[in-house]
Design a protein around this ligand. Structure first.
Ligand code: GUN
Ligand code: ZN
Length: 471
């Protein structure tokens, strides 16, 4: 039966680039979203303009609430579910060694991992994150728990076990041989890729090949993974990793990668050019289904290569603040034409909510030096957290906005559940210019949104529920 959801609709329509998001912003204060029995959007527009065919539809009246596309988190760590706000680390490499590797090692216990999978899905539903690229656990039983729980709860996911073949002592439990790394990754693809429907075009579950970062693997691993990827690319398998996150001089991540591989740029290690002097050693891991997190310290040639290959950047400013990683240069990165989406990077970031990520994006880019400072448009913020994420996952044709024919992934926001948000929405100054007033309302919504205001979450028109079972 067709459902009719009523509320103030905001979405970025069509398929614009980030720079076109402002003119593609749709705001319908007295809006209606109709979802047919198969979970597809059949109407999005003014309530007053609803065609008579919807007269008998089941009405869900969310007014004075808002309807937004479901949030897309393109970089989040499942085995860090309980590791947000880890204290005693420092910047990236020390934090990994002292906080994160020990934390992730706890997933060796199947019961612990299963409990984390429940909590992870709960946190995602509470935050309205309907689709996500999830950096997985090293342990196959933990990944099984994650995929099974995600399927049970009705969320979308792309995930793969985090691959590590070298590392410090604290990562010992997470490290496998080169052979096992390849075998376990291949097994995961065979077990879980499109396991729910048997067809990537309709599946909610997808698998990625996930080398943790270049410092956790070797040229041997990268060569093997390049060949594996080449053999499964046409099955719609993904690639996920980290790039150019920490550039502390001499001892940071970027310097260590260049020193370990002898490459000109960090990106070369993922692009098959991992031999000394960036000589070709194997096949590239880049492409339309590849997402690289952070990219704070990229050279122009790296941005160009990502744009050329269709590789996306998961922008994670909350994490970059927490780990002191610096600020991704917004104007320069956008100008390269690379697709940029949003990532919480939980537990490098300490927020599950994508709205918090785009809010911090606004703040850090406002604070860039001199002419690089920029005030992001609220439509760009919404785009970053929704449609750009769907694009990064190469599923823009399926979700990310309310265009007719797409699968109905959306959240209901009731400002009244968060008094500070309600105050900003109801009593904030609004311009007499209609367009500016719309921007002000969307900005207030994205800046002030907190989990309790997300009262309903839908994937393919089906309502999902937080179970709070692991509290
Ligand atoms: N680089 C390698 N591993 C990680 C991780 O777990 N989190 C972050 N933020 N960066 C990484
Ligand atoms: Zn990360």
């Amino acid at each position: 039966m067709t459902q009719l959801h009523l509320g103030h609709v905001f979405h970025v329509a069509g398929s614009p680039a980030l720079t076109g998001a402002a003119s593609a912003l749709v705001s319908i204060p007295d809006g209606a979203l109709a979802v047919d029995g198969s979970g597809r959007i059949v109407f999005c527009g003014e309530r007053a303009a609803l065609p008579p065919e919807f007269d008998g539809a089941e009405v869900r009246d969310h007014r004075p609430g808002f309807l937004l596309p479901g949030f897309v988190d393109t970089h989040i760590h499942f085995p860090q579910t309980f590791a947000g706000d880890s204290y005693g680390g420092g910047q990236l490499l020390e934090w990994l060694e002292h906080c994160i590797f020990p934390s992730e090692s706890r997933f060796a216990d199947p019961e612990f991992a299963a409990r984390a999978a429940v909590e992870f899905c709960d946190r995602r539903i509470a935050a309205g994150t309907t689709a996500a690229m999830v950096f997985g656990s090293a342990f196959p039983h933990a990944q099984d728990a994650l995929f099974a729980e995600t399927r049970r709860r009705g969320l979308r996911i792309v995930s793969g076990r985090g691959i590590q073949t070298v590392g410090p002592d604290s990562a010992a439990a997470l490290i496998t041989s080169e052979e096992d790394a390849l075998r376990l990754t291949r097994d995961e693809i065979d077990r879980w890729h499109a396991a729910d429907t048997g067809d990537v075009a309709t599946a909610l579950l997808h698998v990625a090949i996930v080398p943790r970062f270049s410092l956790s693997v070797t040229t041997h691993t990268l060569k093997d993974l390049g060949e594996l990827y080449d053999s499964v690319r046409d099955r719609g398998v993904y690639v996920h990793s980290h790039l150019n996150e920490n550039n502390r001089p001499g001892t940071g991540e970027v310097a260590s990668v260049k020193q370990m591989y002898g490459v000109h740029t960090y990106l070369d290690t993922y692009d098959g050019k991992f031999g000394p002097g960036s000589s070709v050693g194997g096949k590239s891991l880049l492409g339309r289904r590849t997402i690289l997190a952070h990219c704070v310290h990229c050279e122009d040639s790296e941005l160009e290569r990502m744009a050329e290959t269709g590789t996306s950047i998961a922008h994670c400013p909350v994490s970059q603040l927490f780990l002191g990683s610096g600020t991704m240069p917004w104007k320069r990165t956008v100008a390269s034409g690379v697709n940029i989406s949003a990532g919480t990077d939980f537990g490098g970031g300490d927020e599950w909510l994508i709205a918090r990520v785009v809010a911090d994006a606004f703040k850090v880019h406002m604070g860039e030096d001199g002419d690089a400072a920029v005030a992001m448009h609220p439509a760009e913020m919404l785009f970053l957290g929704t449609l750009a994420g769907a694009r990064a996952l190469d599923m823009e044709d399926r979700f990310g906005n309310f265009d007719a024919g797409k699968e109905a992934d959306f959240v209901v926001v009731e400002p009244a559940r968060v008094p500070a948000l309600a105050g900003a929405i109801n009593h904030g100054v609004r311009s007499s210019d209609r367009e500016r007033a719309t921007e002000q309302t969307l900005f207030a919504l994205l800046m002030g949104l907190r989990e309790p205001a997300i009262t309903e979450v839908y994937v393919q028109g089906r309502r999902l529920h937080e179970e709070r079972s692991s509290r």
